[in-house]
Unconditional design. Sequence first.
Length: 144
Amino acid sequence: MARKITLNMYMTLAGYGEFPKYPGSDIQSKEPGKGFTDMWINRYDLVDTILYGRRSYEGHLTYHSESARKASDPKYLFEFSRFLDRTQKIVLSHSLKKTDWQNSRIMKSLKHGELMLRYETVPIDDAEIAREWIRTSVMHLEQM
């Protein structure tokens, strides 16, 4: 059985990030929106690994780890942080030397971990990673 890969990109087709002052520039609502629910909450039990680029990893660590949460944050964001904390995180980076988030590891390229990644469910949170996987025919995109 092949691994299910989900691409999660927070940018416009013109290349602008949805969160221009990331991390923390998005306006928090008391309840999760439909997009957040569909992409994350409904998949908490399906996802065991998330693949990040360096900047995306650093932003998520700074803003979404449970240790970064404030008491005033909505309950669903605490649940999201606990989900991220327990999930395996793979960071593709040539410059990052260490990870400060539990269950995280660094890989220099996808080729080294390709076989390991083929049979699990992984959301990808980086456009460069998606481009490399498409180019090397490791991944097939599924539209949500």
